[in-house]
Write a protein that binds this ligand. Sequence first.
Ligand code: R5P
Length: 289
Amino acid sequence: MMVIPGPASQELGRKIAEHLEKKVVPIDFKRFPDGESRIRFTENIEGEDVVIVQTNSPPQNEHLIQLFIIADSAKDLKAKSITAVVPYFAYARQDKRFRPMEAFSIKTIVTLLETCGVSRIITVNSHNPKVLKTFKIAIDDLSAISLLAQHLKTQGFNGVFSLSLGKKAVDMAKQANDVLGGGYGCISTQRDQVSGEVTIEKKTLPVKNRDAVVFDDIISSGATMVKAVRWVRKQGARKIYVACVHPLLIGDAKNRILEGGADGIFGTDTIPSPFSIVTVAPLIARALA
Ligand code: R5P
């Protein structure tokens, strides 16, 4: 097996290879002044099981195109198998046609990866694991919630209440509670398909005079998390921490969350950010092994 860290996942790719004790094949990469990418393998990959690690952090579209080019070239150069490790899978939230005649974007992305010769995709806390199971290609959706919770535990967060956002995401809170104890729950969230306005369920939570951690798969604009943190604060929680797998934190999301009442933000390195303190490398390495 050869691990090929793509331009978007240089550090994480190397960490995964270290965990696996496998060889890293660096990519000779150039970004032209107009933004186009050129890639070249630095070793012969013919007959090899190739693992490409390329997250879809912003700029997502550029990182996706690079992934397509790397995979398709590996196919041309006769790699034996091609696995794409995409720790953050862009477009996973467009998991159906929400409105008539709208694109089903994640299907398009998966189809393109298959066309480029990818036979297996590994991702982490994708927005809708169920929809990934409907595609022909093998897709492993791993969960980094226990890793995040274990980190929080080492920081003294034992016995806190674990809350996850989104009715379907109650599993996240359950997984966190298995590590942290202290009980768990979820509140559902909704986004208006036209205006983008987020509303959250105003549900009573057992957090009065207690510390709580609010878990979510993604923090993008921060709109959902700010509302959740404010609600937990209103319920009388003491300290409130925010934990997410993919800390996109676009624009001033970080400040809005902290100003909204959060005492700290924790994330993983599926997306490089100042909050990416938990590495998903061992999780991905285990799946590859
Ligand atoms: C929604 O279903 C997701 O789990 C996240 O809550 C959402 O994508 C976060 O987006 P934003 O930070 O823009 O509110």
